[in-house]
Design a protein around this ligand. Structure first.
Ligand SMILES: [Zn+2]
Length: 305
């Protein structure tokens, strides 16, 4: 048994259903009309969290434009009925029966539309909060394009939301075991597959090979792409791969990046999770989806998120 080919069927944060309506972002008349329409829904965001109801939920809680707090208005998209959705960064309003929640808590539990909306808005909030100044001249920048651009009034330069590509790879050996490793800051029972940021001037496949070599000293072959999901925690795009190694080279973990790395058969992984030596990953991450694809289904004791 090997890892099946083809795209991953379900990725928690890659389920958005809205038309992003990019052509409307610079259309001031359209934006004004949409904001004046009482059907329009506004999602307020504060430090990566929005209001959620868990009855019967979980579902995002929106306010109409007339009850939205002051703040930037970022167009998130339009649904099939023509209803527009905006995000506003502001202190969360007090609404009975709701509570603040972020992507780690509800990203895997929300329905497709809501998961996509929250993922988009969390990413925009972080980008705006950390890119207030022009990288050319150091002056303050202003929001434009309904939240999808920042513009420098001094030199006219435009700046677009940043997304940092990161590769994550499920490595199998000749016996179809997977490699799981523990990062230096992780709890003792946490393991995952290898991952790392793509460097300038590097292809995704080169990044996979380099990271595996740097972290555990192994050569890889048969690098295959399986899907991607945004990971705005804070600003990554995770690109999921599988790769193989022949297993003739011993593991050589980099002590700065890897505290512990070992090969697991399916039985060994199940036993380690059952014994509490390893905590099963939640379904939110692409790592969990890649491991489940190899494992052949849900892992034992998987949390809900
Ligand atoms: Zn500037």
């Amino acid at each position: 048994m090997t890892v099946p080919d083809g795209p991953l069927e379900w990725l928690a944060l890659a389920r958005g259903t809205l038309d992003r309506a990019a052509l409307n972002r610079r259309d001031d008349a359209w934006l004004e009309n949409a904001w004046a329409d009482p059907r329009t829904r506004v999602l307020v965001i504060e430090d990566g969290r929005a209001l959620v109801t868990f009855e019967p939920g979980p579902a995002l809680v929106f306010v109409p434009p007339g009850r939205a707090p002051d703040g930037d208005r970022w167009l998130l998209g339009v649904d099939g009925d023509g209803t527009a959705y905006f995000g506003v960064p502001a202190p969360l309003p007090a609404i009975e029966g709701t509570e603040p929640a972020g992507l780690r808590q509800v990203g895997a539990l929300l329905a497709d539309r809501d998961s996509g909306l929250l993922t988009h808005l969390v990413a925009l909030e972080h980008w705006h909060a950390t890119h207030r100044f022009c990288p050319r001249c150091g002056g303050g920048t202003e929001t434009a394009s309904a939240g999808h651009t920042r513009v420098c009034p001094a030199d006219g330069s435009q700046h677009f939301p940043r997304v940092d590509p990161a590769v994550i790879m499920l490595l199998t050996d000749a016996d179809d075991r997977i490699l799981l490793a523990r990062g230096p800051q992780w709890p003792a029972d946490r393991r995952s597959i290898l991952a790392g940021f793509v460097e300038p001037g590097e292809s995704l496949e080169q990044a996979v090979a380099r990271e595996v070599n740097e972290e555990v000293g192994l050569p890889v072959r048969d690098i295959r792409y399986h899907g991607s999901q945004p990971w705005p925690l804070p600003q990554s795009l995770m690109l999921g791969f599988t790769a193989k190694t022949d297993g003739t080279v011993p593991l050589r973990p980099d002590p700065e990046e890897i505290l512990d790395a070992a090969w697991y058969t399916r039985d060994e992984l199940r036993t380690a999770i059952d014994a509490g030596d390893i905590v099963a990953p939640g379904p939110l991450s692409i790592a969990a989806q890649l491991i489940m694809r190899w494992y052949g289904g849900e892992l034992p004791n998987m949390p809900a998120f």
